[in-house]
Write a protein that binds this ligand. Structure first.
Ligand SMILES: Nc1nc2c(c(=O)[nH]1)N[C@H]1C(S)=C(S)[C@@H](COP(=O)(O)OP(=O)(O)OC[C@H]3O[C@@H](n4cnc5c(N)ncnc54)[C@H](O)[C@@H]3O)O[C@H]1N2
Ligand code: MOO
Length: 659
């Protein structure tokens, strides 16, 4: 922001700009953040006092000074005798000094009545109060007790101050021992208890009302109706609120109904410090949330539309002092904007310092295109390249839940650029503190058999990262040195053999397993039931009502489909999803009548299956890397009988078995 402006005026102008068009008007991310910060004070809420036992995890609202000395008095650090060090001067094995014992025992908690006069000592326990006159303690095992004389002999000189813990040595009266803003852990609770503090001033936790909007949403735990999806935003937003010092107040799922949503919003506004809802903020007919916001209180909508990707439809509003944030419905967009706009506010209200951002410089293995005019944030996983870390952009979009959850971090592409070039260095901001580079990175084609194998590798103590970009993508990543293993099933059209002929110099192949590919159909479909794959497809091609589901060009499965179609383009040909599961789902849901997928997926969806061919799913790696511990463990497991049994159970044929 260039010049200081009147807050209200600024906010009004932005709001007016946002409303200028029929739909959202986009402002820059920086302007949106500035507007939000001006309209909503980012300061800690009022303190409240909680009992010590309830203070765990809370943020201290003020400095704490010790109200007492800890320890509160000079005390003995050993079991022995309190004495005057001067009385032992010159003592030695041949010249023990005799000290008469006072008729008092200074057990813990006993206030001394007798002073130590020269030539005397008093028995004292560890933790006992040092009596007047004493300036040292000698350990019992370094003395000889003369019972008859009620005296001890000390055969070595005692240093003044020896074995005395002085009052206030741990915490002095008035000393600031804990500072404002600190999050109270078990250790701080110990210190507070030692000072005698039973009630602690902490920042009140911001109450964050959370609503998910959408007719398609279903709470986890309930059955999914056709077209419905589970509400993941509600859960992840609530957990993130807790992670950042707030207290989530869940309002659950609200239908796309203006009156119902307005009612829920008014209720949410009533008792909470902040309201976060997700969904219904873009241009759809059911997208009603932003329309209600101007009615709820002043000044209403501040920003609707930010030049940000993901997160363009973000809507920021204030209703009579309470901020309302509408996150885009897409899970990655929702989490990204939540971290960018809401987390700073929740932390500030909770009295927490801004999140510490850890960035890692990494190079880009490939060009990453971007839309000019929007700051684009790309979720990435970090890999090990030949010259240091590489940032692998995750191939999933805003609609994916896993893109945000599995990313190690994200990097930005400035609004003024239409992309970043391969080889450029980006700064990857890490998400989550515990992220570290995995021991093993596997890139390529997905298989549930590999999921099982990775589980076995993890049991051996190695962490693995998997990135599904398809067989050819895996091979390219291996060529660039970005992964340890490329998971692949590529048929070489020239030789008719899988994988091996496609390796490049310096690559080795570890045989994996074979997967049965076949035509999938709904059980009972007379066009397929009881026939061979070729005959079934011929019957389908002869039926103008039969709809197929294809696969993406470049996939191994697509080659099989092409072989079956022999140039035909039946209905459904242009539906070209990228996975076996998508093919099976289309057939199971009746959106298509047939497609090609692997047997294990067909079985999972309860589909009929006409076998076509067995494809080889293998692993390529760079020659010379097989001794790396994680890779060695993987390769050994690949040959283990335990793995073979697990693969067989899943419906695969381990490479060692005869075809
Ligand atoms: N014509 C246009 N369409 C869209 C635009 C646009 O500019 N013009 N923007 C796109 C962008 S960018 C995003 S991001 C999304 C966000 O839209 P909404 O905020 O209105 O979200 P919905 O339409 O309600 O849902 C989008 C998507 O996310 C799923 N969803 C919603 N809530 C949840 C939840 N709580 N948990 C899990 N998933 C959720 C929902 O089912 C949809 O699939 O709009 C684009 N469209
Ligand atoms: O902003 Mo949307 O979040 O680009 O996907």
């Amino acid at each position: 922001m260039s010049e200081p402006r009147d807050t209200e005026d600024f906010v009004r102008r932005l709001a007016a700009a946002s409303r200028q068009e029929q739909f959202l008007t986009v402002v820059s991310r920086e302007d949106a953040q500035a507007a939000f910060r001006r309209a909503v004070p980012h300061v800690a809420l009022r303190p409240e006092t909680v009992p010590l036992a309830a203070s765990l995890g809370r943020v201290l609202a003020g400095d704490v000074a010790s109200p007492i000395d800890v320890p509160p008095f000079d005390r003995a650090l050993v079991d022995g005798f309190a004495l005057r060090a001067a009385d032992t001067e010159g003592a030695g094995p041949a010249r023990a000094r005799r000290l008469a014992l006072n008729r008092e025992i200074l057990a813990c908690g006993v206030a001394p009545a007798l002073a130590i006069e020269p030539g005397t000592a008093t028995p004292i326990a560890t933790g006992g109060v040092i009596p007047r006159g004493a300036d040292a303690v000698v350990m019992v095992e370094q003395t000889e007790f003369d019972e008859g004389a009620l005296a001890i002999d000390v055969a070595a000189p005692v240093r003044p101050g020896q074995f005395i813990g002085y009052a206030g040595a741990d915490m002095a009266l008035g000393e600031t021992v804990l500072r404002k803003g600190l999050t109270i852990t078990a250790r701080e609770i110990g210190m507070l208890a030692a000072c005698g503090i039973a009630a602690v001033p902490v920042v009140r936790r911001p109450l964050v009302a959370i609503l998910s909007t959408g007719d398609e949403l279903t709470a986890p735990g309930a059955a999914l109706a056709p077209g419905a999806i589970y509400d993941s935003n509600g859960a992840i937003v609530a957990a993130s609120v807790t992670e950042n010092g707030g207290e989530p107040v869940s309002f659950g799922i609200v239908r796309d109904d203006e009156a119902a949503l307005e009612r829920a919003l008014r209720e949410a506004l009533a008792g909470n410090d902040l309201v976060v809802l997700s969904g219904g903020t873009s241009k759809g007919a059911g997208d009603v949330s932003h329309r209600i916001l101007d009615r709820l209180g002043s000044p209403g909508i501040l920003v609707h539309g930010v030049a940000l990707k993901p997160g363009k439809p973000l809507c920021l509003a204030v209703a009579d002092g309470t901020p309302v944030v509408v996150l885009p419905g897409f899970p990655t967009s929702a989490m990204f904007t939540f971290h960018d706009f809401v987390v700073p506010l929740v932390r500030a209200l909770a009295g927490l310092p801004p999140r510490e951002e850890q960035a890692v410089a990494a190079s880009l293995p490939q060009r990453v295109p971007s839309e000019l005019g929007r700051t684009e944030f790309v979720m990435a996983s970090l890999g090990r390249g030949p010259e240091g870390p590489v940032a692998l952009p995750l191939p999933k979009g805003s609609g994916s839940v896993t893109a945000f959850s599995q990313a190690d971090g994200f990097f930005a592409i400035p609004a003024a650029r239409s992309g970043l070039e391969a080889g450029e260095t980006v700064s990857v901001v890490r998400l989550g503190a515990g992220v570290r580079a995995p021991d093993l990175t596997i890139v390529g084609s997905h298989c549930v058999g590999l999921d099982r194998l990775v589980g076995l590798v993890a049991e051996r103590g190695f962490t693995a990262r998997t990135v599904w970009v398809g067989s050819a993508g895996g091979l390219a990543a291996l060529r660039r040195g970005e992964c340890d293993l490329a998971a692949m099933h590529l048929l070489d059209p020239e030789t008719g053999r899988y994988n091996a002929p496609l390796l490049e110099p310096g690559m080795r192949l570890a045989p994996g397993w074979r997967r049965l590919q076949g035509v999938v159909f709904r059980p009972g479909d007379g066009r397929f039931e009881g026939r061979g794959a070729g005959d079934g497809v011929a019957a389908a091609l002869a039926d103008a009502d039969a709809v197929m589901v294809n696969r993406n060009a470049g996939s191994g499965t697509r080659l099989l489909v092409d072989g079956l179609l022999k140039g035909a383009r039946p209905p459904g040909f242009w539906n070209q999803p990228r996975s076996h599961n998508a093919v099976a789902a289309a057939v199971a849901q009746g959106r298509a009548d047939w497609g090609v997928a692997i047997a294990s997926v067909a079985a999972a969806y309860g589909l009929g299956f006409l076998p076509l061919t067995e494809e080889h799913y293998d692993f390529a790696y760079a020659a010379g890397t097989e001794e790396r511990p994680a890779l060695a463990a993987f390769l050994a497991l690949l040959r283990a009988s335990e793995t073979a049994a697990a693969l067989t159970e899943l419906g695969f044929t381990p490479a060692g078995d005869a075809a």
